[in-house]
Ligand binder design. Structure first.
Ligand SMILES: Cc1ncc(COP(=O)(O)O)c(C=O)c1O
Ligand SMILES: N[C@@H](CCOP(=O)(O)O)C(=O)O
Length: 538
C-alpha cells in the first residue's frame, strides 16, 4: 500500500486490462474482459488523518478521500471541490449523512443515508457520478459541434433505487442519454413513479418482464457487445462503476468521526458497520475504508432471504442455488423459504432481491491477491495471478452456477466480514420493535430494518459487549409503504401522513412514460431500442 497517488491507475479484476486513468475507468464502467475496475493500490491514510480529519464537514472529508484516488493532474483540486459541492448541496440534511443513536443501551446507531433527492443511499454516489460525467464531457467537447461531440449512452439496471437516483443525477444533462431497466411490477409503486414521471427527453425507462438479475445481465451483455460499442460510448451507473464505490467511502469516515467525537469513545472502542446487502456495493466501500486504515472491527453483511452472500460466509461456496436447500450450505432452516429452485425470491425488501452480487468480484480479487501471493513475487505478477483466480471463479459461476473457495480464502474473508440472513417476518418485527419500544416513533424502511435486525443479533452473538454498531439506513420508509403498513398498521401513534414526504404526495398519479420490454427478446432487443432512441435524440 502507498499514499503516493500521483500515478493512481486502475486495472480489471479479471487481469485482461490494466493501466487505466480514473477518467477512463469511470467512463468505461466495465473493463473489456468483463471484469470490474479497481485501483492498482489502495492508498493508506496520511499519518495525522485522525486529528486532521476529525472535525471536517462531509464535503471536506469527501475531498480528502477522493484526492487519494484521483490525481490532481486529472481533476484539479478546485474543480473537484466544485463537483463535490454541487453534488451534496442537493441534500436535505446539513450533515449530508447524519449518524443518530437508535439504541443507547446496546450502542446501536443508524447512519441515515436517505437525505438526498430520491430518498435512498444511491444519491450519495449518483449525484457525484452525474456531475463527474458532465465534467468529463464538457472538457472533451470543448469547441466541438454536432456529430463531433462525444455522447454518453448510459445503461443501467435497477431493483428500484439506483434507477431513480441515476435519473435524478443525469436528467437534462447535455450529451447524455440514459436507459434504465427495471423488473416490471417488481419495484415499489413510488419507486416506479419516481423514475417514470421524469419527462426529460434524455431519460428512457425500460420495464423488463423478468427479474433484476435479467436486467443486470442485459447491461453486462451490452457492455460486452462489439457492435454497440463501436457506435456508442456506453457508460455505467450501477455499482460496477468504480466512482460509485469511491463516493460511498466518505460516509464510513463521516460516521466514524461522529462516534469518535462522543465523550465515551476511546481508542479501544470497537466499531462494527452493519450493511443491508444486495449487490455488495455499499459494504465494499466500507471494505475500502478499512483497507485504507479506518479502524473498523468488522463489516457485518445483512441479507434478506436472497442469501447467496450469507451462504458463502457460512460455507465457502458461492452458488446461485444451494444444492440441498439452505441447511446444506451451513445455514439454519429458513421460515417458509425453500431452496431457490426458481431463482430470486420476492421479499419485503425488493431492492435487495438479487441472486448474484456483482461487486463481490472486487472482494474476490483482494482475497486472492492477499492469500495466494507471496511477498517475493513481483507486484505485477501478484496482480496477474489474482486476476487469473477471479477469472476462474467467475467462469465457474457462469458454467456451473457456482464455485467453492479453499479454506484460506474463506478464513481471510471471515477476518473482515461476518454475515446474517434476515427473514421477512423478522424484518416486520424489527420495524415494529423499533417504533414501539427501542426508539419510540422512529419508522425504519424494510432494508434498514434488515441492518438493524442483524445488529441486534450481533450484539447478542458475536460482538464484544462494548462494541459500537452502526447500521446503515439505506432508504426512507415512505419508499416501501406496503412493508411499513404491514408492520405498523394499528400501532398507537403511527400515521402514514407523518411518514410520507411532501414530494411523494400525488407522484403516483402523474403522467408516466416507460417502454415494456420482453425478456424473450434478449439483450439484442434492448440494443435495438437503445440505438433507435439515441438516434432520435441526437
Ligand atoms: C434500499 C436499499 N438497501 C440496500 C441495498 C443493497 O445495497 P448493495 O446492492 O450496494 O449491496 C439497495 C440496493 O442496492 C437498496 O436500494
Ligand atoms: N438495489 C439496487 C440494485 C442495483 O445495484 P447497484 O448498486 O449495483 O446499482 C437498486 O436499487 O437498483
Amino acid at each position: 500500500m502507498s499514499s503516493h497517488t500521483e500515478s493512481q491507475r486502475y486495472l480489471s479484476t479479471r487481469g485482461g486490462s490494466y493501466d487505466f486513468s480514473f477518467e477512463e475507468a469511470v467512463l468505461k464502467g466495465l473493463a473489456s474482459d468483463g471484469g470490474l475496475f479497481i485501483p492498482e493500490e489502495v492508498p493508506s491514510l496520511p499519518s495525522n488523518w485522525e486529528s486532521e480529519w476529525k472535525n471536517l464537514s462531509f464535503e471536506e472529508l469527501a475531498f480528502n478521500i477522493f484526492s487519494l484516488y484521483i490525481s490532481p493532474s486529472e481533476i484539479p483540486p478546485a474543480d473537484l471541490k466544485d463537483i463535490i459541492h454541487r453534488s451534496y448541496s442537493t441534500f436535505r440534511s446539513k450533515d449530508v449523512t447524519p449518524t443518530v443513536t437508535l439504541d443507547e443501551k446496546r450502542n446501536i446507531h443508524l447512519l441515515e443515508l436517505f437525505h438526498g433527492p430520491t430518498y435512498a443511499f444511491k444519491d450519495v454516489a449518483l449525484q457525484f457520478l452525474g456531475n463527474l460525467f458532465e465534467y468529463f464531457l464538457v472538457r472533451r467537447n470543448e469547441g466541438k459541434e454536432g456529430e463531433e461531440r462525444e455522447h454518453l449512452t448510459v445503461v443501467g439496471a435497477t431493483s428500484g433505487d439506483t434507477g431513480s437516483a441515476a435519473i435524478y443525477g443525469l436528467r437534462g444533462k447535455k450529451d447524455i442519454s440514459v436507459f434504465i431497466m427495471h423488473p416490471h411490477g417488481k419495484i415499489s409503486p413510488i419507486q416506479e413513479a419516481q423514475m417514470t414521471t421524469v419527462m426529460d427527453a434524455n431519460v428512457h425507462n425500460l420495464a423488463v418482464d423478468g427479474t433484476f438479475d435479467d436486467c443486470q445481465d442485459f447491461v453486462k451483455a451490452l457492455f460486452a457487445d462489439p457492435e454497440i460499442n463501436s457506435t456508442h460510448r456506453l457508460a455505467a451507473v450501477n455499482s460496477i462503476n468504480w466512482a460509485r464505490i469511491l463516493a460511498q467511502i466518505t460516509y464510513y469516515f463521516h460516521s466514524y468521526f461522529h462516534l469518535a467525537r462522543q465523550p465515551s469513545f476511546t481508542s479501544h472502542s470497537a466499531v462494527r458497520f452493519v450493511v443491508p446487502t444486495g449487490n455488495f456495493g455499499d459494504i465494499l466501500a466500507g471494505y475500502f475504508a478499512k483497507r485504507m486504515g479506518l479502524p473498523i472491527q468488522k463489516l457485518v453483511i445483512a441479507t434478506n432471504e436472497n442469501d447467496i452472500l450469507h451462504r458463502f460466509w457460512q460455507s465457502g461456496r458461492y452458488e446461485k442455488k444451494p444444492v440441498h436447500g439452505n441447511e446444506a450450505a451451513g445455514g439454519e432452516p429458513l421460515d417458509g423459504v425453500q431452496a431457490h429452485e426458481s431463482g430470486v425470491k420476492e421479499t419485503l425488501s425488493p431492492a435487495m432481491d438479487i441472486l448474484v452480487s456483482s461487486n463481490f468480484e472486487r472482494l474476490l480479487w483482494f482475497l486472492a491477491y492477499d492469500v495466494y501471493s507471496t511477498n517475493s513475487d513481483a507486484v505485477a505478477q501478484r496482480r496477474a495471478q489474482a486476476g487469473d483466480h477471479v477469472k476462474g471463479w467467475l467462469d465457474a459461476l457462469k458454467s456451473d452456477g457456482g464455485f467453492r473457495v479453499d479454506d484460506m480464502i474463506i478464513e481471510a474473508a471471515r477476518k473482515d466480514f461476518s454475515s446474517y440472513r434476515v427473514s421477512d417476518s423478522e424484518t416486520l418485527d424489527t420495524i415494529k420493535k423499533v417504533f414501539t419500544s427501542i426508539t419510540p416513533g422512529y419508522v425504519l424502511d424494510p432494508h434498514s430494518a434488515i441492518g438493524v435486525a442483524a445488529a441486534l443479533r450481533d450484539t447478542q452473538q458475536d460482538a464484544d459487549a462494548e462494541a459500537q454498531h452502526v447500521a446503515l439506513s439505506t432508504a426512507h420508509p415512505a419508499k416501501f409503504a406496503n412493508a411499513v403498513h404491514d408492520a405498523l398498521n394499528g400501532e398507537k401513534g403511527y400515521s402514514w401522513d407523518k411518514v410520507e414526504p411532501e414530494e411523494f404526495k400525488g407522484l403516483e398519479d402523474k403522467e408516466k412514460r416507460m417502454t415494456i420490454v420482453k425478456k424473450s427478446g434478449g439483450w439484442q432487443g434492448v440494443r435495438t431500442i437503445v440505438v433507435k432512441e439515441v438516434e432520435a435524440e441526437r
